[in-house]
Ligand binder design. Structure first.
Ligand code: SF4
Length: 310
């Protein structure tokens, strides 16, 4: 898809027409199945300083935690017993012990589910080791394709580094997932077309789009949330531009619209939900944004039923 076509779909096509086109593409390419990924947020430690995120290193109001291998495996067993098809191991970006994480990946693989990593930008040798240990997918959102905005939001880092890391992960044999936010302060709606084009160019297997939601202990605490309706439009255009990709209805949608947000995300072309299996005593400390909804398996069932999917 070209930029002009994407912009037309995003901002000029009537919503019902766009939604129906996305639904037809979804039915043709993916059927009615919704994939359910079990999310385990195993540490909130982070060395970076992203201006929108509550896990940023300078935030002293957060109690930092790291699950041990037994806690992660217990959460993974619970998720597998509940029927999830993948375990997603997520953390802030920190100097995780590569050999330790390889052992955790290996142990989860013994539960006969694929492992996805979402641990930020990490050294090539560590990423290679985890791939050898059996991790098959890696999520690393590019956050925004606007290079100036990226640099302003991520002090000391560039969009080019981010894209290079995604390409490295591809070379190492991972399926890669990216994604981006909308409604960030300074965000130009037209740059959403560049986000979609970048995801298309990278050929990502998964792409998540979520509205910005503020966190009280960040420099962007007072900013309003991103719009849910535009998020749904972007999901529908992603479904048309990346028909092969898995698109999650994000937890951010469930946070801004707890009753119907995720079902609407599925109706807009989504085919993935990610319930949390982070042990309850740690959940409050994984505050990337405020009032983060904890999506349960029950919520997943409700959303899937409401969207008429399987
Ligand atoms: S967005 Fe990720 S890398 Fe940035 S501060 Fe939050 S957890 Fe760390």
């Amino acid at each position: 898809m070209r930029r002009a076509e994407i912009l037309h779909l995003l901002f000029e096509t009537p919503w019902e027409e766009l939604r129906q086109r996305a639904a037809a593409t979804l039915a043709r390419e993916k059927g009615s199945h919704v994939f359910v990924r079990g999310l385990i947020e195993f540490s909130n430690q982070c060395r970076r300083n992203c201006r929108y995120c509550g896990l940023r290193a300078p935030n002293r109001k957060l109690t930092r935690y790291a699950l041990d291998a037994d806690e992660i495996l217990a959460a993974a067993r619970e998720a597998v017993a509940g029927g999830v098809d993948t375990i997603v191991l997520q953390s802030g970006e920190y100097a995780v012990d590569a050999a330790w994480l390889a052992g955790v990946i290996d142990a989860i693989r013994c539960l006969a589910v694929p492992v996805t990593l979402s641990v930020g930008e990490q050294p090539a040798a560590a990423c290679a080791l985890w791939r050898e240990a059996g991790a098959e997918r890696f999520l690393l959102k590019h956050e925004t394709a606007d290079a100036d905005l990226y640099a302003a939001l991520h002090p000391g880092h560039t969009l080019a580094e981010r894209v290079a890391q995604l390409r490295l992960l591809r070379r190492l044999g991972y399926e890669i997932g990216s994604g981006f936010m909308l409604g960030l302060p300074g965000h130009r709606p037209e740059s959403l077309a560049d986000d979609i084009l970048l995801a298309q160019e990278l050929g990502v297997e998964m792409c998540g789009v979520g509205p910005f939601i503020a966190q009280a202990d960040t420099p962007l605490a007072a900013q309003p949330s991103g719009p849910v309706d535009l998020t749904l439009r972007v999901m529908a255009v992603l479904r048309l531009a990346l028909p092969w990709a898995n698109l999650p209805a994000t937890t951010a949608l469930a946070t801004l619209d707890p009753n119907t947000g995720q079902a609407e995300g599925l109706r807009a072309g989504g085919n993935v939900l990610m319930p949390s299996f982070t042990p309850p005593r740690y959940r409050q400390e994984y505050r990337i944004y405020d009032d983060k909804n904890r999506v349960s398996l029950q919520d997943v069932r409700k959303a899937v039923e409401a969207a008429g999917r399987s």
